[in-house]
Design a protein around this ligand. Sequence first.
Ligand code: FMN
Length: 186
Amino acid sequence: MKEKISLDADKRRWSPSPLVGQIVLITTLNEDGQSNIAPKSWISMMAFQPPLLALGCNLTHWTAQNILRDKEFVVNVPGEELVGQVWGMHAVAHARPVEAVGLTPVPAQKVRPPLVEECKAHLECVLVNHLAFGAEVIFFGEIVAGSVDREAFESTDPYEHLKMVVFLENGQFGVIEKSRRVEKPI
Ligand SMILES: Cc1cc2nc3c(=O)[nH]c(=O)nc-3n(C[C@H](O)[C@H](O)[C@H](O)COP(=O)(O)O)c2cc1C
């Protein structure tokens, strides 16, 4: 057997990290109706029917408070081009509407929080359940509408257009630059 090095259970000490989280920008609405934008990476699909995703968030974050109150949020998918802004934006003080980080809010189809125009894809979600663990909360959002850049459909490989990014560890990210087909399934 190959030699293995033990991994700490505390994710903050993972280097390298054995799990990746896709970097997304969550938009919600503050109590006064102004938008809020925040980067998150604890997110994944959870079920086909209903189409459910789960999002992990600190309970004190504006994103969490807004979702608990309004029960709506949008998952915006940035490409590699936005990575600098993604890492810089949580340092921008609240209130932090989409415009405050130099991005553009556009109306969503089915929910009140806006889409972020500069992102490549968007999933509009309605909160169906949540579980709190200490200072953190996991939201279960049902996807009620979605959209992807038309340009992605015009490329031979849509993933080359999307250039989606994943969180690896503090200050480090990975990029999905292209897709590959499984040649010989066994
Ligand atoms: C790349 C990246 C990924 C992040 N992922 C998460 C996450 O999954 N959950 C979380 O609670 N905070 C995450 N954070 C930290 C929040 O974005 C940050 O604390 C932010 O200020 C919270 O904003 P809010 O209070 O408007 O929600 C992440 C930050 C970065 C830069």
